[in-house]
Design a protein around this ligand. Structure first.
Ligand SMILES: Nc1ncnc2c1ncn2[C@@H]1O[C@H](COP(=O)(O)OP(=O)(O)OP(=O)(O)O)[C@@H](O)[C@H]1O
Length: 296
């Protein structure tokens, strides 16, 4: 079954499309990454899924229900971590979690709360207004996990978290995913997407420009790094290489996944060293978003 189905989802602000005719499906049980530069449309997509804003065109379905018309029912099964956490500032952490317990009829809320307070080192008696950005984020994370949602939508969840808490978050996400929860995670942190997600969509200027299957071996290309005293002016572009960076002695290139061809092309050069490795997600991101050649 599809957890999320976007059909021509479009949001226009002042004649400009923040989201432009997006068709995207996330299957139940997936760990789905959503990546794009600032202003690409990630938060807009999430706000549309949660019915915080209305689409200009198109629609979204979540577990077969309409994201707009059925949003009240959907609130019961979606855990959401906003990018900026603005809960009632005068309530304590404990009061917020108790409210969530009541809304979701969690019979063992005290027990669940004790578990998560310990896991995420929360201070239950503190008021939200007295918490730092990272601590507010942790409250939102716990608030989204505590009722075992069927779908978790996380907007920049690791922003503000220290490395230990980031690790805890992914442990918890793994657990919930194994229990059947679908995870939709929007982030700028590429290594965490690479390590965690089964598929990843890249969005730019409101359009999905690529969806990568991370689970079935992610090998979009080879990065070739050459070291040599006379390679700085060599013409690699005419052979189909993309120059990622270039100095007098070190050139970094991107080429398709064909090691034999790379070795043949480089055999006539006077090299001190050559490294050939798979392109990682960060480099993929940079090439998709136009981070091309740099002359450091
Ligand atoms: N309420 C609004 N009114 C006008 N324009 C808006 C509004 N909300 C978002 N936009 C515009 O829509 C585009 C997409 O914004 P969005 O917040 O979805 O991007 P994002 O990918 O989440 O970015 P970031 O990574 O910086 O959070 C941007 O150009 C933004 O300026």
């Amino acid at each position: 079954m599809e957890a999320i189905e976007m059909e021509g989802l479009t949001k226009i602000y002042r004649k400009r499309a923040a989201l432009d005719n997006v068709h995207l499906t996330v299957e139940q049980g997936e760990r789905f990454g959503f990546i794009g530069p600032n202003g690409a449309g990630k938060s807009t997509t999430i706000k549309l899924l949660l019915d915080f804003i209305k689409p200009s065109k198109g629609s979204a379905r979540i577990f077969g229900l309409d994201a707009q018309k059925d949003s009240e029912s959907l609130k019961r099964i979606i855990g959401y971590v906003p990018s900026d956490v603005h809960y009632y500032s005068n309530l304590t952490v404990e009061e917020i979690l108790m409210m969530t317990g009541k809304f979701h009829h969690i019979h063992n809320i005290k027990e669940m709360m004790a578990y998560y307070v310990e896991r995420f080192a929360l201070e239950p008696k503190k008021k939200m207004k007295d918490l730092s950005l990272g601590n507010r984020k942790k409250v939102a994370i716990v608030n989204s996990l505590i009722f075992n949602p069927e779908l978790l939508i996380l907007d920049e969840p690791t922003n503000g978290l220290d490395p230990l808490m980031q690790h805890r978050l992914f442990e918890e996400l793994n657990y919930h995913n194994k229990e059947g929860a679908t995870i939709f995670i929007s982030t700028h942190n590429l290594p965490e997407v690479e390590a965690f997600c089964t598929r990843t969509a890249f969005i730019r200027e409101g359009k999905i420009i690529s969806v990568e299957d991370m689970a079935s071996g992610y090998q979009p290309g080879k990065v070739v790094t050459l070291t040599g005293s006379a390679i700085g002016t060599e013409d690699f572009e005419s052979k189909g290489y993309r120059v990622l960076s270039r100095t007098d002695r070190v050139v970094s290139l991107l080429y398709k996944d064909n090691v034999n061809q790379i070795l043949a092309d480089m055999s006539s050069l006077d090299l001190e060293d050559i490294e050939i490795r798979n392109q990682n997600l960060e480099e993929k991101f940079m090439t998709l978003y136009g981070g091309g050649e740099s002359h450091e």
